[in-house]
Design a protein around this ligand. Structure first.
Ligand SMILES: [Cu+2]
Length: 394
């Protein structure tokens, strides 16, 4: 090769290497946006990251090789320099080489990839289990070993800012749309098994720092596991288009050291004793109206609208509605079990007994509805228990 040609080849290879390295390693530092996948905080996420980097660098090397060969051929062997196109139609040697080399690369990559997949699926020997249920549009977490269960929904600040015409600048809300009222709390250094399902439509539980996502499918239980190595707060969201508020069901995981986690568990048990007392005591109408107003704002107003006028025809008005001013039993049934064929979903598992009672009392006495009814949490608890005992609970 002439000296001038060698220089062109070397320059082309150098340019390709610099471009690839800049894109992968340097650009994110300038743009402030990580364009690569996160390394995460679990052994799974780290092994996925390493696997991803190996594949990426192999692709980079292949890309540099192919593009260098292509551009060098185009530049050096161009027609204006007197080159004539070759006339051969095929080359058995070349075909064997370009089949065998990719096969070797693919087989070599399949080994670590399969190992990672097998490890991901192995939830055996877990030290604790959390059942995750997706609802439109919130998550329910049940700690099967601790008798703790709660619903986790979009935080109030994000929820207020997302409403059309709220006048709140989303930029002013910390972790806008990535924050919840009650995060999933887990201990670090423990293998935690997840049983993931859904109660209405398909959802998908996804926290990038844990290194995987898993579909939540009604009538089906998917398994996954994690073992978080670093304490911290990790955010994610539902990753399956699940209806109109799909973008508003974030996930927050807080990983605590074992001692702090144990303290959190005791706190939860104390809270649940309080909840039980809340259900059993008799509430005044004013207390229920007050609580009902905030339950309505966070859970009902998106569809039925803050003024109770609804969005006809999909979401009927509650102001003056036959249901909200008619027989109490029917109203309770619709709120708890939903209404087939309409957008009204069942709230029995999505809200506590106290919140359902408060929301019902509120909607039957607000927006000009003046039934004077007071629905006690204990009534809702009794109906729920009866449905479970009779096996009529959906
Ligand atoms: Cu979802």
């Amino acid at each position: 090769m002439r000296k001038e040609n060698t220089v062109i080849v070397v320059l082309a290879v150098l340019a390709a290497v610099v471009a690839a390295t800049w894109l992968i390693l340097v650009a994110p530092a300038y743009t402030g946006n990580e364009i690569n996948m996160p390394r995460g905080v679990t052994s799974l996420s780290k092994s996925h990251y390493d696997l991803h980097m190996i594949v990426l660098w192999i692709c980079v090397v292949i890309g540099i090789g192919v593009f260098t060969a292509m551009f060098v051929s185009i530049v050096l062997h161009r027609k204006s320099r007197g080159y004539e196109a070759a006339k051969f139609s095929h080359s058995t040697t070349a075909e064997i080489i370009w089949t065998i080399i990719p096969v070797i690369i693919l087989v070599a990559l399949a080994v670590p990839a399969t190992t990672a997949l097998v490890r991901m699926e192995d939830a055996s020997d877990a030290e604790m289990t959390v059942k995750i249920t997706g609802f439109q549009w919130r998550w329910k977490y049940e700690y099967l070993d601790h008798d703790i269960s709660f619903i986790s929904a979009l935080d109030t600040a994000s929820n207020a800012a997302r409403q059309l015409g709220s006048g709140i600048d989303p930029e002013s809300v910390p972790n806008y749309l990535l924050n919840v009222d009650k995060p999933l709390v887990l201990p670090v250094g423990k293998k935690v098994k997840f049983l993931i399902t859904a109660d209405d439509v398909l959802h998908s539980w996804w926290v990038p720092d844990l290194g995987w996502k898993r579909d939540a499918i009604p009538g089906f239980i998917n398994e996954a596991w994690t073992n978080i190595e670093t304490p911290g707060t990790y955010r994610g969201q539902c990753a399956e288009l699940c209806g109109k508020d799909h973008g508003f069901m974030p996930i927050v995981v807080i990983a605590l050291e074992q001692a702090e986690y144990d303290a959190w568990v005791s706190n939860q048990h104390a809270d649940s004793a309080d909840h039980q007392q809340d259900i059993e005591r008799l509430w005044t109408r004013q207390e229920l109206m007050q609580r009902g107003e905030s339950v309505y704002a966070s859970s009902c107003a998106t569809c039925h609208q803050p003024d109770g006028q609804g969005l006809i025809p999909a979401f009927p008005a509650l102001a003056g509605s036959k249901v909200a001013t008619g027989p109490v039993d029917l109203n309770i049934d619709i709120v708890m079990n939903g209404r087939a064929g309409t957008a009204m979903s069942a709230w029995r598992e999505k809200l506590s007994e106290t919140d359902i009672a408060a929301a019902l009392t509120y909607t039957r006495n607000a927006f000009g509805n003046a039934t004077g009814d007071v629905i006690q949490p204990i009534t809702i608890a009794r109906i729920k228990r009866q449905a479970t005992e009779q096996g009529t609970a959906p």
